[in-house]
Design a protein around this ligand. Structure first.
Ligand code: PMM
Length: 297
């Protein structure tokens, strides 16, 4: 992989695997566990602790490299829940899964939740705001020394659709992520532990999501591993409808998601975040075999 110049830290970097994460030699699969009553595709399904723990164990048994535990919905228009509620939803689940040997990440924008989850055994912090929603997040992650997913984000869910305006969306997302990287480095986050995410569906219309998916190679010039969160999202539903499949609700988009997982892995994604782990795991395995044979020819 070519070495690229990372403007955030002013030194050469190769976009390889970050420290502190599993290394299976293929794109990682992160299983989604939303402990929420209102997430867009699985809200309410795993809202109680016991049920959520069982689902997390099931995701791990299906082969998830990481199980991503979230306690606050980020669906368009969603209302914030407050730290107490988010802590109560996530920490017991994180603790039990970590105790069972599962590699757990916590999906939160809030530093107190990230801190408590890491104390309970989470090994990764997944922040859809890339540190913009809580000014203590960067310092918290730096102190915890865990890998950090910084997603491209412009505004909270209730207003993000108003911010879906771009020139060249790939160039704009690269510029905004680069400025995030600079700030995160200034606040002490180890660049070798930062994973970037273009933030599909967050302040983006379907055409933006497709452009970002097709632009992974350009995004990789940032010099960091990329996480892609496409699972069941609106742009997949829009493409299905456009292609004549009719209105497909989120829970019916898993097969299409698997295809997108393969595309993302072939495009060089480091990790895909999905609801249906088993099928995407096979997809990224096929992508690895394909990439391997491309290298040989
Ligand atoms: N999408 C959602 C939640 N968390 N985290 C990352 N890093 N990337 C994403 O694209 C992302 C995320 C929203 O989807 P969900 O409600 O199905 O979890």
């Amino acid at each position: 992989m070519p070495t690229v110049q990372d403007a955030a830290v002013g030194r050469s970097r190769t976009p390889t695997e970050p420290e502190g994460l599993p290394r299976p030699g293929r794109c990682l699969v992160m299983g989604i566990l939303n402990v929420t009553p209102d997430s867009f595709s699985d809200g309410g399904v795993y809202a109680d602790t016991r049920h959520a723990i069982d689902r997390g164990l099931e995701l791990a048994a299906q082969g998830a490299d990481i199980v991503d535990v979230g306690g606050e919905s980020t669906r368009p228009g969603a209302r914030p829940v407050g730290n107490e509620e988010e802590l109560a939803r996530t920490v017991p689940v994180v603790r039990e899964l970590a105790r069972a040997g599962v590699w757990v990440s916590v999906d939160t924008m809030h530093a107190p939740v990230a801190r408590a989850a890491v104390e309970a055994g989470a090994r990764l912090v997944n922040d859809v705001s890339g540190g913009l929603a809580d000014r203590d997040m960067a310092r918290t992650v730096a102190a915890a020394g865990v890998p950090y997913v910084a997603m491209h984000w412009r505004a909270h869910s209730r207003e993000m659709d108003r911010h879906a305006h771009y020139g060249d969306v790939v160039a704009d997302v690269i510029a905004e992520l680069r400025s995030r990287l600079r700030r995160l480095a200034e606040e002490g986050v180890d660049p070798d532990r930062i994973v970037l995410d273009p933030g599909l569906g967050f302040g983006k219309r379907p055409e933006h999501d497709w452009a970002l998916l097709a632009g992974l190679e350009r995004l990789r010039t940032l010099g960091h591993p990329l996480l892609v969160g496409a699972s069941r999202k609106r742009f997949i539903g829009a493409a299905l409808a456009e292609a004549g499949a009719g209105e497909v609700p989120p829970a019916g988009r898993d097969v299409a998601t698997v295809a997108v997982s393969a595309l993302a892995a072939v495009g060089g994604a480091f990790c895909v975040r999905v609801h249906d782990v088993g099928a995407s795991l096979d997809a990224v395995r096929m992508a690895a075999a394909y990439a391997e044979s491309l290298h040989r020819t």
